[in-house]
Design a protein around this ligand. Structure first.
Ligand SMILES: C[S@@+](CC[C@H](N)C(=O)[O-])C[C@H]1O[C@@H](n2cnc3c(N)ncnc32)[C@H](O)[C@@H]1O
Length: 256
């Protein structure tokens, strides 16, 4: 295999859920469910899971009775989400779209984007475009909840570390770096996955999560018709502090 990397979330889609076994999705979704239940019309609501990946959040929301649209830029991740939805007999409307070109069939009551998905946007302009697209696809008063790895955390996890992960059917070398000139954490994943037919598929993916200062994010929301209700320390009701690793933003689409 050459030095060229595959697009992020291509081969990784196959093993993503096994890498994320310890992620507290149930807790996160319970918190989001609490916020959704504060909206008028709850619980009969439509929710867009922006960056739905393999559907871990979208499926939990669907099982709570919400009408869910899952949007992601990776067809391989969406294929996993579709497979899981069929197995769970849950309905998900899945769309392959870039965050910046979000265009739903009808405005939704809420947009949620969890687990660093928006950190993949490199620039402030990309964030601003995404926020405008979110506002355009939300009903007035609708909820927008998203998280970001904070600049502090991206610097911390980006120290030069290497992990070797071996599980049934795949092996992975995971190398972290922080690139100060690009304000981003870069993870280079090199591995092999055993495919259904038994052959090994080798892959290399480079993932980059960009640091966005919380104050700037708040300013960009305000100019995108999204009113910030709070910036929290993880999925809690505690306000974020300078040490917060996972920033959770809660905003509402302005009424006019
Ligand atoms: C860390 S994963 C999170 C997936 C899911 N929310 C979860 O919690 O398991 C980030 C997801 O964002 C998607 N993504 C990143 N940048 C994107 C973009 N510009 N447009 C659409 N999807 C994007 C990736 O394909 C990936 O599925």
């Amino acid at each position: 295999m050459g030095a060229l990397a595959d697009k992020p979330y291509t081969a990784l889609a196959e093993v993503y859920d096994r890498l994320m076994e310890d992620v507290p999705y149930d807790e996160w979704v319970a918190h989001v469910d609490g916020l959704l239940r504060e909206l008028p019309g709850a619980p009969d609501l439509t929710v867009c899971d922006l960056g739905c990946g393999t559907g871990n959040i979208a499926l939990r929301l669907a099982s709570l009775g919400y009408g869910v649209v899952g949007v992601d830029g990776s067809s391989a991740m969406l294929a996993q989400a579709a497979r899981k939805a069929i197995a769970a007999k849950l309905w998900l409307n899945l769309m392959e779209q870039d965050f910046r070109q979000l265009n739903l069939l009808a405005p939704v009551d809420a947009v949620v984007s969890l687990y660093d998905s928006l950190n993949y946007l490199p620039t402030q302009a990309d964030l601003a475009t995404t926020f405008r697209a979110v506002a355009a696809n939300l009903k007035p008063g609708g909820l927008f909840v998203f998280d970001l790895n904070s600049p502090v955390r991206l610097r911390d996890i980006g120290g030069r570390t290497v992990f070797l992960i071996e599980k049934e059917g795949f092996a992975l070398r995971w190398q972290n770096r922080y690139l100060p000139h690009r304000a981003c954490w870069q993870a280079t994943l090199t591995g092999s996955v055993r495919e259904a037919g038994g052959s090994l598929r080798r892959f290399r993916e480079v993932h980059r999560e960009y640091a966005h200062e919380p104050g700037t994010v708040g300013d960009l929301l305000a100019v995108s018709r999204l009113e910030l209700a709070g910036m929290f320390d993880g999925f809690s009701r505690r306000p974020a502090t300078a040490e917060t690793g996972r920033l959770v933003f809660v905003a509402h689409r302005m009424l006019s």
